[in-house]
Write a protein that binds this ligand. Sequence first.
Ligand SMILES: CC(C)(COP(=O)(O)OP(=O)(O)OC[C@H]1O[C@@H](n2cnc3c(N)ncnc32)[C@H](O)[C@@H]1OP(=O)(O)O)[C@@H](O)C(=O)NCCC(=O)NCCS
Length: 180
Amino acid sequence: MPRQPPRLTTARLSLRRPEEADATEILEILSNPSVVRHNPSDRVTQLDDVDALVRRWLRHWEQHGFGNCGVFEEETGRLVGNCGVRWTTIHEERVLNLMYRFHPSTWGRGYATEAVAAVVGWAQESLPGEIVVARIRPSNRASQRVAAKVGLRRDPDFDGEGDDGLDWAFTDRAITFSSP
Ligand SMILES: CC(C)(COP(=O)(O)OP(=O)(O)OC[C@H]1O[C@@H](n2cnc3c(N)ncnc32)[C@H](O)[C@@H]1OP(=O)(O)O)[C@@H](O)C(=O)NCCC(=O)NCCS
């Protein structure tokens, strides 16, 4: 199984495996109601719960050599978000679930697009043939726009009920339509 390099870097960001010491900055993002507006079940308000979440992310890293990353602004060193892929099963098919979340103070600067493009690029190169799936609430237009900007397309075969209701799937699968 290919391992993600210690750092993925973009023009303004670097992405690396999270550490338990990142929990306080992650809590600042995940406890913010605007961040979880479309996925309220993901809200975390206690440091203990973030510690448990980071440990879960790290278990995936230990088992598979890649996973959810902390995203750092190169200029300031600040942790501004998280982004990565992890294995999940949708409709009995194993796929790479793409995740991304950023602190609202950074929204609108292209950070999500930059980080997501690096992660999807890594996945396509290192895990060829695997399907990358972003599961996005129908109301979450900003996230849909990010998915579209990195080349993912609506793929209703992978739509499904998430913890907060219907999730639309956006994937990198080359969809071919058979003629009638
Ligand atoms: C979704 C999210 C990651 C986007 O982060 P970001 O750094 O602002 O993203 P970018 O700047 O790279 O791109 C955002 C795009 O969405 C567009 N956008 C923002 N709000 C929008 C809205 N309400 N409707 C339509 N488009 C919107 C922006 O104009 C931009 O597109 P453009 O470059 O074509 O102008 C960020 O808003 C976030 O963390 N949201 C909360 C967590 C979340 O929803 N994560 C995704 C879960 S599936």
